[in-house]
Design a protein around this ligand. Structure first.
Ligand code: HSE
Length: 411
C-alpha cells in the first residue's frame, strides 16, 4: 500500500523517517508492504528522498496510487480541505492535528464512515502515548468513570522545574522557551488551552461526548502559580500539576482543565518534566495509567505510524464511541480547594474565614508572617466557588485556587 504525507515539518519528517527506517517491522505488523510514495510540502529539502516531494495537494489527496493519507500540517485550513478531499476519494486518513480533530472531527468521522475508510488520530492527543485506541479496544469491557491527565508537556516541565530548581514561574517559563518547549507566545500551553483540546478528544473516546463541547470546559492554567504555592505543596508532601479531567456524572459527564494539588502517592504525581500521563478509572479494571512522551518528533510520529498500520491492516469499522454522554456543568462535583492567602492580620483572617467555612484547615510556613494557606472542607464545586468569592470580599489577597486531592481519594 502507498502512503502520501501532507506536511514535512517536525511530525511529518518524523513519519517519513520512521516509515523509511522501520519499514521491516511496520510492513510485518501491517501484513503488507507500506511505501512512502509522495510528500506535499512547498519548501525545498535536500534529503535522500527528495524526489518524493510535490507541490500540488491533489497529487496526494486524489492520486489513484495513494491508499493512505497522513496529515501533519497543523491548523484547520488547508488541512481540513485536503483531508475532506482524500476521504471523498476513498483514502484512509491519519492525522496528528488536534485542532482539526476538535473543530472538524465529527464531520470527518462521518465522511470516513460514508466512504468506508479509516479516519484515525492517535497522535493528536498524548503524543507518543497509546491512549485513544486502548480506551476503545483494551478497555472496551468497561464503563469509563474518569479520565485525568497531564496533557501538556510544557506546563509540566515548568511546574516540575520550579519545584526542583527552586525558581519562580517566570524563570521556569524562560528556561522552557530556551529549550524550545514553550513558544514565544506561550499562552496556548500555560493558560491550559492545549490541554483542553486534548481532554476533549479523550472525553470523546471515553464518553462519546462531542468534540465541540471543548469550549464549555472551565479552563485555568498555571500562570497564577507561584513558587510559594509549591513550598506549601512540599510541606504537605504534595505536588502541583495541571490536569485535564473528564468525569462521568449521572447520565452525563463534566470536564475541565485546572491546577491540582496531588498527594505524592497519586500516580500522576510522579510524572516529571515534559512527560505526559493519562490516568483512567473504569468500573471493571479499576485504575490504569498510560505514561510517556506527550510531544516531540519521533514519539508523535510513532503514534501516527501506528494509525497507518491500523488503516493498512484492519477492516474499517464504526469507531464512534458507543455511549454519547452530554456535557453537564460541574457545579455538583464534590471537591476540596487549596489556596494561599496573604493578609496583614493573619489571625483575624483565619477567624473570619472559619466563620465563612467551618472546618477549613490552615497551613503556616515558618518565616511567612503575612500569609497562610487553607484547605477547604469538602463541598460542591458551586458552594466552594461562592465560599472563595466571600473570602475575596474580605480584602484578602488570594493565590491561585487549586483542586486539592485528599490522600485517601483518587479522583
Ligand atoms: N505544546 C504541547 C505541549 C505540544 O507542550 O505538550 C504537544 O501538543
Amino acid at each position: 500500500m502507498n502512503v502520501g504525507l501532507l506536511g514535512h515539518g517536525v511530525v511529518g519528517s518524523g513519519v517519513a523517517e520512521i516509515l523509511l527506517d522501520n519499514a521491516d517491522i511496520i510492513s510485518a505488523n501491517a501484513n503488507t508492504e507500506l511505501h512512502l510514495k509522495r510528500i506535499l510540502d512547498l519548501r525545498e529539502f535536500d534529503l535522500p528522498y527528495r524526489e518524493l516531494f510535490v507541490k500540488e495537494a491533489g497529487e496526494v489527496t486524489q492520486a489513484r496510487d495513494i491508499d493512505i493519507v497522513v496529515e501533519c500540517m497543523g491548523g484547520v485550513e488547508p488541512a481540513y480541505t485536503f483531508l475532506k478531499a482524500a476521504l471523498e476519494s476513498g483514502k484512509h486518513c491519519v492525522t496528528s492535528n488536534k485542532q482539526l480533530v476538535v473543530e472538524k472531527g465529527e464531520e470527518l468521522i462521518d465522511l470516513a464512515l460514508k466512504n468506508n475508510v479509516h479516519f484515525l488520530y492517535e497522535a493528536s492527543c498524548g503524543g507518543g502515548i497509546p491512549v485513544l485506541s486502548p480506551i476503545q479496544n483494551c478497555l472496551g469491557a468497561n464503563h469509563i468513570l474518569s479520565v485525568l491527565g497531564i496533557l501538556n508537556g510544557t506546563t509540566n516541565y515548568i511546574l516540575t522545574s520550579m519545584m526542583k530548581n527552586g525558581v519562580g514561574y517566570r524563570d521556569a517559563l524562560a528556561k522552557a522557551q530556551e529549550l524550545g518547549y514553550a513558544e514565544k507566545d506561550p499562552s496556548a500551553d500555560v493558560e491550559g488551552h492545549d490541554a483542553r483540546r486534548k481532554i476533549a478528544i479523550l472525553a470523546h473516546h471515553a464518553f462519546g461526548s462531542k468534540f465541540s463541547d471543548e469550549v464549555r470546559y472551565p479552563c485555568t492554567g498555571i500562570s497564577g502559580i507561584s513558587y510559594d504555592d509549591l513550598l506549601y505543596a512540599k510541606r504537605l508532601g504534595y505536588s502541583v500539576r495541571l490536569l485535564g479531567g473528564a468525569f462521568r456524572m449521572g447520565d452525563g459527564y463534566t470536564a475541565s482543565v485546572w491546577p491540582y494539588m496531588l498527594p505524592a502517592a497519586h500516580p500522576l504525581s510522579s510524572v516529571q518534566d515534559v512527560n505526559n500521563a493519562v490516568y483512567i478509572k473504569a468500573d471493571k479494571v479499576n485504575e490504569v495509567m498510560f505514561y510517556g512522551p506527550g510531544a516531540g518528533k519521533l514519539p508523535t510520529a510513532s503514534a501516527a505510524v501506528s494509525d497507518i498500520i491500523e488503516a493498512a491492516s484492519k477492516p474499517v469499522r464504526n469507531t464512534k464511541p458507543v455511549e454519547s454522554l452530554r456535557f453537564v456543568d460541574g457545579g455538583a462535583q464534590i471537591l476540596q480547594y487549596f489556596v494561599r492567602v496573604t493578609s496583614g492580620n493573619v489571625d483575624r483572617a483565619m477567624q473570619d474565614i472559619s466563620k465563612i467555612a467551618a472546618g477549613t484547615e490552615y497551613i503556616r510556613l515558618e518565616g511567612k508572617k503575612n500569609e497562610f494557606a487553607l484547605i477547604t472542607p469538602k463541598g460542591t464545586c458551586g458552594d466552594l466557588n461562592s465560599m472563595i468569592e466571600r473570602i475575596q470580599k474580605r480584602k484578602l489577597t488570594l493565590g491561585q485556587v487549586m483542586r486539592y486531592v485528599p490522600e485517601e481519594n483518587r479522583p
